[in-house]
Design a protein around this ligand. Structure first.
Ligand code: PLP
Length: 398
């Protein structure tokens, strides 16, 4: 074949994907030996049937042609109301662009604020696709570590230094993989850096409905931030609609209208029946409350299961669908511990290192099993960690 573009190779980066544990877990499952799977950030329960019925009604009624590429009027209005309520500031349909999931929103956001070669700062540990998404927009990801000792909140010196000469900063709170929710102090520090350095802030808030330990606050609501912030949202997590691929960008009207040309030339909008289903869901916040309530309950189950363990601690986890567990007292890397858990205990968790160097010595567990299985998996994980730390078990045994 002719030579693929340099651009495409650039997106791939070093080619490492960090999903080895997930792939192995799937192999075991296919071989009839399924592990307790705490690897994937996707609901174990299906999309609520009433949302699927709304989608079917819309498709049957003929909403299968090209739909408004910026999003249907009804959906943009419903999203603007949601964003206004969450951020405590006025936001209208003109501030909303509907996208194919939060992932497309991230892609569009970076295309909107980066020119080729511009740096965008990513806080480590991070959602795995972030660096590739920045590269896909021609940008250069610059990694700023957040330390476990700080509850994975970024610190001023590190972040400010990383932002020197950058064009954009990406934050994600509630956070995947750590579950951390940024404190008011952290958000104010971020706002101060963005304003002083004249940065765009891309604020990934796809877990905004999943805040348990402390309230979620959008950085866009801070003084001087609305005009420089693109908030990324999604129906995937809060409404168990991952496969619907429906997300959005909320931002300054001028930027949102500039983004129409990208939306036109990239995907030409979303299917109308998907957007109608999303609008239907947003008009029923009790669905979101139910789904997020399940994760809140499981979050408590997870913290109880790990309570008292010295070698498996869930320090930072305040929200989202994840608990990041510090297993450094075992002396193992997150990767070795995750492999041991999978091969010897048939429990699949992600190595913290998959999410960046700052995740070293941690594993991420998703809250995507029924309460009793989650409890069992994490109690066993904690017991293994305690045994390793006390020298009662050796990593080489498996
Ligand atoms: N951002 C974060 C932090 C995520 O964890 C995910 C999915 O796991 C996404 C964005 C993308 O979600 P989607 O494209 O399904 O909306």
């Amino acid at each position: 074949m002719p030579i693929p573009s340099d651009q495409l190779r650039y997106i791939l980066g070093d080619g490492g994907h960090g999903w080895e544990i997930l792939i192995r877990a799937r192999q075991l499952a296919a071989a009839g030996d399924p592990p307790l799977n705490l690897c994937v950030g996707e609901h174990d329960e299906p999309t609520p049937p009433e949302i699927i019925a709304a989608m079917e009604r819309s498709a049957s009624a003929g909403h299968t042609g090209y739909a408004a590429l910026e999003g249907t009027a009804g959906l943009r209005k419903a999203l603007a109301e949601r964003v206004s309520a969450r951020q405590g500031r006025a936001c209208g349909p003109q501030n909303i662009l509907v996208t194919a999931g939060g992932q497309s929103a991230l892609h569009y956001a970076f295309r909107a604020v980066l020119d080729p070669g511009d740096a965008a700062v990513v806080i480590d540990p991070y959602y795995v696709p972030y660096p590739g998404t920045i590269r896909a927009a021609g940008g250069v990801p610059r990694i700023a570590p957040a330390r476990a000792e700080n509850g994975f909140q970024p610190d001023f010196e590190t972040l400010d230094a990383a932002c020197d000469g950058a064009r954009a900063l990406l934050i994600n709170s509630p956070n995947n993989p750590t579950g951390a929710i940024y404190s008011d102090e952290t958000l104010e520090m971020i706002a101060e850096i963005c304003i002083r350095r004249d940065l765009w802030l891309i604020s990934d808030e796809v877990y905004d409905g999943m805040a348990y330990g402390r309230p979620h606050r959008s950085a866009a609501a801070l003084p001087g931030m609305a005009e420089r912030t693109l908030v990324v949202g999604s129906m995937s997590k809060s409404y168990a609609m991952c496969g619907f691929r429906c997300g959005w960008i909320a931002g300054p009207e001028e930027m949102v209208s500039l983004l129409f040309s990208l939306a036109l030339n990239a995907a030409y909008g979303l299917p109308g029946f998907i957007m109608d289903a999303a609008e239907f869901a947003l008009e029923r916040p009790e669905i979101e409350a139910r789904i997020c309530g399940t994760f809140e309950r499981r979050h408590a189950v997870a913290l109880r299961a790990l309570a008292g363990a010295q070698a498996a601690r869930a320090g930072a986890s305040d929200g989202a669908m994840y608990v990041m567990i510090d297993i450094r007292p075992t002396g193992l890397s997150g990767r070795d511990f995750a492999h041991l858990m999978l091969e010897e205990e048939r429990i699949a968790v992600m190595p913290g290192e998959s999410f960046g160097a700052a995740g070293a010595g941690h594993v991420r567990a998703t809250l995507t099993l029924p309460d009793d299985q989650l409890d069992e998996a994490l109690r066993r994980l904690a017991a293994v960690a305690e045994d390793l730390a006390a020298g009662r078990r050796s990593a080489a045994a498996g």
